[in-house]
Each structure stands twice: as structure tokens, then as C-alpha cells.
Ligand binder design. Structure first.
Ligand SMILES: [Zn+2]
Length: 166
């Protein structure tokens, strides 16, 4: 199926067309649409999933403006060890092993992958403006069609491979 036939594409295009009717052209809305399609196809290529399914899931979970939702921080390119792909959450958990994650701020070991609990003075969260400050990892779960940034598990600190179980 062509990606422009999927629900996710139609939903996104409708949102763009609504904006085009009432806004001056301060944002490159069509450029963003092209970026989203290219990124969905890139994810399809790297994971073996159907790009339409990937875009449908992104649109289903999108709760704010597409211009902010679609960007490298939220749907990073799958390359250079910054993204790890797993079939399921169980597979990712098995690879992580002990719940030990490196906090990018205090460098301590947190048992929570998003909120540092290594030190009572830190309280860094990977959802903050700076995410994991380039020292975390983005994990994409094929079965869920979703990905998220988290602190780097200690088990992966010295690994380089990007795509597992493929
Ligand atoms: Zn910390």
C-alpha cells in the first residue's frame, strides 16, 4: 500500500491543510510532511515494518502540533548506536538485565530509566528540555510501533550495534 493511502497520512495532511487555510506561511508545513514520510520510510527500511503502520502509530499517539511532534529528538534517525530496535518490550528488558541506568547529569546509577534517583540532589529527567543530553539511548519497540528516549542502561554502555534481533 502506498503510504499516502494510510489513515496516518490522511490525518496529518488534513491538519496541514487546516493550518494552510488560516496561517501566513511562516512554517514550511509541506516540508514537514515530506520529512515525516521520509522518516517513516526510513524506519520501515531499518525495522522491516510497513511505513504506513509506523506513520499510523505516530499519528495515533500524537497529542500536540505536528510541527513540534515530528523532529529528530522524537523520531531520530536509526544510526550510530543512538537507537536500538527490539521486537518487544520483553526483549528490550531481557537485553537491559538489571534496572541500572546511567544518569547523564550526575553520572550516578539510577534504577529508573527516565527520572534520576541516583542522588537526592539530581532529579534529572529524560523528558526535560535537553532529554538525556545526548548520552541516553532511544529505544524503538516494533510490536508497539513506538520509541522513547531513556537513560543509557549500564548493560549497553560499551555496545555499538544499532539494530538487534533482526
Ligand atoms: Zn542524576
Amino acid at each position: 500500500m502506498d503510504i499516502t493511502e494510510c489513515e496516518g497520512y490522511k490525518n496529518l495532511l488534513a491538519a496541514i491543510e487546516r493550518d494552510e487555510k488560516r496561517q501566513s506561511r511562516v512554517h514550511d508545513l509541506r516540508g514537514k510532511l515530506a520529512w515525516v514520510i521520509a522518516r517513516a520510510e526510513h524506519y520501515g527500511e531499518k525495522t522491516g515494518l510497513n511505513p504506513s503502520d509506523i506513520l499510523n502509530a505516530w499519528e495515533r499517539h500524537r497529542s500536540y502540533w505536528y510541527m513540534n511532534y515530528y523532529q529528530d529528538a522524537n523520531q531520530p534517525e536509526i544510526k550510530d548506536g543512538n537507537v536500538k530496535v527490539f521486537e518487544s518490550i520483553a526483549d528490550a528488558k531481557a537485553s537491559i538485565g538489571q534496572p541500572q541506568y546511567r544518569c547523564p547529569r550526575c553520572k550516578g546509577v539510577s534504577s529508573d530509566p527516565y527520572n534520576c534517583n541516583a542522588s537526592s540532589k539530581c532529579n534529572w529527567t529524560s523528558f526535560g528540555l535537553f532529554g538525556a543530553m545526548g548520552k541516553g539511548v532511544y529505544v524503538y519497540i516494533k510490536k508497539e510501533l513506538r520509541g522513547q528516549e531513556m537513560f543509557m542502561p549500564l548493560a549497553w554502555e560499551n555496545q555499538k550495534s544499532t539494530v538487534e534481533n533482526l
